[in-house]
Design a protein around this ligand. Structure first.
Ligand code: SAM
Length: 222
């Protein structure tokens, strides 16, 4: 993967495509995909995660790839001390406007601006699938780095049969240049465990809107 130089930092080129694409679709995404889009199982995963963190690690939580922040707010409503991080400045702007009581920062899951071992939890809710698979070990290593011993990860993601998607438009016709990688659950489980985290639970859910592809939620502990 080619690298681009951005300011002081050399970052993988795919990040620029993800950031600009989500800037383009952010307003439509916020309108069309509010937290109410989740089915009862999706909401239950967030609630269960909050209960586990409060009971076992009780530290701050980062919602990584938080988008417009609706689910960050839902997690806060469950009692978590949670902040959001997203690569798209427009997403962060919308999140701050909708939830001024919470903290949202522009940043990447490939290099989180967070101290080592400081978090009780990391949530990545349908945000890792734009990362090329060869970069995912570094992302999961980053999740582990920021988690305190005993801290928890909740990963929600699309599943697929190693599918590579290159859509040219999304969310009602907005042009996008990001790529998406839909991996089998076993690959994702291996990535989580390869980073040294222990999977404690997994739920597979058929997409509530149909279409064949399913969702998965992985709970893991550091
Ligand atoms: C499909 S949206 C999901 C938003 C939110 N988690 C939700 O479920 O409503 C994916 C989000 O992940 C963010 N994202 C993708 N790759 C990222 C990265 N490397 N670092 C931070 N955010 C990223 C995108 O900018 C986008 O806002």
């Amino acid at each position: 993967m080619a690298a681009a130089s951005v300011g002081w930092v050399t970052e993988p080129a795919f990040l620029a495509a993800v950031s600009s694409s989500y800037d383009t679709v952010a307003d439509t995404f916020a309108e069309r995909f509010p937290p109410s889009r989740l089915g009862p199982l999706g909401h239950a995963m967030l609630r269960a995660f909050a209960e586990v963190v409060l009971a076992e690690s009780n530290g701050p939580v980062a919602d990584v790839g938080c988008g417009p922040g609706g689910l960050t707010a839902e997690l806060a409503g469950h009692g978590l001390d949670v902040s959001g991080v997203d690569l798209s400045p427009r997403m962060v702007e919308l999140a701050r406007a909708a939830h001024p009581e919470l903290t949202f920062t522009v940043g990447s899951m490939t290099a989180l601006d967070l101290p080592t071992g400081g978090l009780g939890g990391v949530v990545a809710h349908f945000s890792t699938h734009h990362t090329p698979p060869e970069h995912l070990p570094a992302v999961f290593a980053e999740f582990r780095r920021v988690l305190a011993p005993g801290g928890h990860l909740l990963l929600g993601t699309h599943l697929g049969a190693d599918e590579y998607l290159r859509p040219t438009e999304a969310y009602g016709g907005h042009p996008v240049s990001y790529e998406a990688y839909l991996l089998p659950g076993e690959r994702i489980a291996a990535l989580i465990e390869g980073a040294g985290l222990t999977i404690t639970a997994r739920l597979d859910e058929p997409n509530p809107k149909g279409g064949g592809r399913s969702f998965a939620y992985f709970f893991a502990r550091n």
